[in-house]
Structure formats: C-alpha cells, structure tokens
Design a protein around this ligand. Structure first.
Ligand SMILES: [Zn+2]
Length: 389
C-alpha cells in the first residue's frame, strides 16, 4: 500500500509559480525565471532548492553558454518524478490515461459502462485505475476525474451529471476509499481548460477561454491566470446564454439558448425537419452540407452564426487574449467556421475583436488527459480556495 501524498508538493506560492514557469518554458535559466516572475536571483535560488531536493526539478546537464565565467545551468521539470491518472466519465464508457508531470500520455485504457449506478461506476473506475497503475512507468500519486455537468469544485461534489442522472455524488471520496489515492473531480470542459493553461494554448497568455462544441456548447475560462468556477461552479455555461426571446425549447427548460441553434442536436433537428427524414444522422447531415444541400448548409450556417455571437459574449465580457475552439463538433468546422468568424467580428466590441480565435482538434484521450492535468495542478497548487471553507 502506497503512502498518501502530502496535500501539495511545494510549500509556498513562489515555489509553485517557479515550477509552473519551468513547466511552460523549461529548460530555463534561474535568471530568466527571476525576470519572468519579477523576483530577485536570491529568492529564486532559495525557492528552487527544495524543488531540486525533492526531485521535481533537475539541472539540465547540457547547460548553456557560460556568462561572466559562470556556467548557466538551466532547470527542467523531471517528467518521471511521479505519475497521475486521468479519467473521463461518459454515459457508456470510461476513458483513462497515465500522464507524467509534463502531461504526456504514457498509457491509456477504456472500459465500458453498462450500469450507471454510483457503486457500479466506482467499481469500473477502480478497476481501470488499478490497470493503469500497473501500466505506469512509476508511482501514480493522484487521480483526476472529469465529468460533464455541474461539478462543485470547491466542495468536490458532482452536483448534477445529466447523462449519468447523478445528483450530489461525492465521487472523489468514494474513489479515494477504493484506490487509496487522493482524487479530484472537475467539470470536463474545465479539465480541458486546465490542460491548455499549463500545457497547451494558454501557456503564454493570462486570460483565455476554451469553447467546446458538440452535443452541448461548453466553456472554460481562465482570467488573469486563474481558472474561474464562480459561486457554485456554474461559470461558463455558454450554451445557455439567451440569444433570442423565442425559438426552440432548450433542454434546460428555457427558449432561445445558444444550444438550441448551435448544438449538434439542434443542427440535426433542423436538417431532419427540412428533409422529412426523422432517422437522418449527423454524418448524413454533414455529407448533405458538404454536397451543398440548401437546408443543411442553412442549418450549419445558423449554428455558426449563433456560435459567433456566443464567442462575442465571451470576448465582450472577459476580454481574453485568446479563445480556443475545440470539441467533437470541430470535425464539421468547414461548414460553420466562416459564419462563426463573421458573426464574431460583427458582435465583438471594439478591440475585443482582436482576440486570437484558434481551433484545436481533440486527439484521442484529450478529455482524460485534461482530468490528469487537474490532478497535476492540485499537486502544486492545492485544492481550489473558496470562501467559508
Ligand atoms: Zn438552455
């Protein structure tokens, strides 16, 4: 039985920010870290020492050109110091990965979910984690779990996961009891955003948003370097921004939400109604759009227009440096991206339009890797601070 890891790997915020800087920019010299963080060389040296002693950082043997007679020895993160397991839950399967401290996927597995009751899913996740620990090149010290729906990150509770029909499930407690490891749960889109923040498109910018398109429209926000959860974990419900007073009914009970036009279901509903084919699937709708079928083209164009308005809401509200578009729906981006960009340009306010709008397709295991990235963040930053706790 492995000993439980301490709550955080490093003692203070300075050490944590040094680690993040080396993570993003390493190998990097102490002097460059000092410049990047606005700290003195002495402060950096003192804070780096425990990270070197505990094996999270190492001096890069290759070194750099000597300056003023002293060799410059850059620092790097020791990727294999320890490993994290990331798990993504969906209605019919769980996907898991082992990552190192650079969030590189080192092993992956999937398991089917045939029973969505809490004990059955906990048992499936536990089995998957045990298999992944056997696959891992070294000790696994933490588990991150990502799930779609309302996750209260501060309370570490799944408040509502619609596709599992779960309410108020303390999943981290349950999986920690069966695996003996610290477990953190996070909303799936926020997990993806955490991975982009430390290891991807958000590394070089303090404020950015990740917008996912597919079955729903999700959004993760990093503002001034912090992943935003809001009061109860509902920040970023972009799919339910009201765009119009009427329009189709949304699954949330309201009308006119972004998702009623821009989600895959909305596109499909529109193409089915126009074609009279109730069994038409998404692949066929995409094929019709690409073949120039007027109704299909109109449905994707309307979706792109609604998406662009939603992106303009994000830009006007938080003025991010960058918006990263991702999600399964990107596979059909050729059918809606230009409409989305045009509508974004129309509705973004002033210089907010200069926001860098990029698309990032999702390689395999991206969602599970995101959950593992949350576990890495918890290793260095600790649990999400929250008022009254
Ligand atoms: Zn809605």
């Amino acid at each position: 039985m492995m000993l439980l890891a301490t709550p955080t790997a490093v003692a203070d915020a300075t050490a944590a920010s040094i680690f993040v800087t080396v993570l993003a920019r390493g190998p990097i010299a102490r002097s460059e870290i000092a410049a990047a963080l606005g700290l003195s060389a002495g402060t950096i040296s003192r804070a780096v020492r425990p990270l070197l002693d505990s094996g999270y950082l190492a001096e890069d043997g290759a070194g750099g050109p000597p300056r003023l007679g002293r060799p410059v020895v850059p620092l790097r993160v020791v990727a294999d110091r320890e490993f994290m397991v990331g798990v993504k839950l969906t209605a019919d399967h769980v996907c898991g990965v082992v990552v190192d401290l650079l969030a590189q996927v080192r092993a992956s597995r999937e398991a089917a979910v045939t029973d969505t009751s809490v004990p059955a899913v906990v048992a499936t996740v536990t089995d998957l984690v045990e298999q992944l620990r056997a696959d891992a090149p070294g000790p696994v010290t933490r588990i991150g779990i990502g799930v779609g729906g309302h996750v209260d990150s501060a309370a570490q509770l799944i408040r509502y996961a619609p596709f599992l029909n779960w309410r108020d499930v303390a999943l981290p407690e349950l999986v920690s009891a069966t695996t003996g490891l610290p477990v953190v749960v996070e909303n799936d889109v926020n997990s993806l955003t955490a991975a982009e923040q430390w290891f991807g498109a958000g590394v070089d910018v303090p404020s950015f948003a990740v917008v996912t398109i597919g079955a729903g429209i999700g959004c993760g926000l990093v503002i001034d370097g912090r992943l935003v959860h809001g009061a109860v974990g509902l920040a970023g419900e972009l799919g339910h921004i009201p765009l119009s007073a009427d329009g189709p009914r949304c699954r949330c009970g309201n009308t006119g939400c972004v998702e009623t036009v821009a989600s895959e279901e909305a596109i499909l509903r529109r193409v089915r109604a126009a074609s009279g084919r109730d069994d038409l699937d998404m692949a066929t709708a995409v094929a019709l759009g690409r073949a120039g079928d007027r109704d299909a083209v109109d449905a994707f164009t309307a979706a792109g227009d609604a998406l662009g308005r939603a992106l303009a809401v994000v830009a006007n509200l938080i003025n991010p440096h960058r918006i990263v578009l991702s999600g399964e729906g990107l596979a059909a981006s050729d059918l809606f991206e230009s409409a989305a960009r045009a509508s974004f340009a129309t509705h973004a306010f002033g210089q907010a339009v200069e926001c860098d709008l990029i698309t990032r397709p999702l390689p395999d295991h991206t969602w599970a890797r995101g959950a593992a990235a949350v576990a890495i963040q918890h290793l260095f930053l600790g649990p999400t601070p929250t008022a009254g706790r």
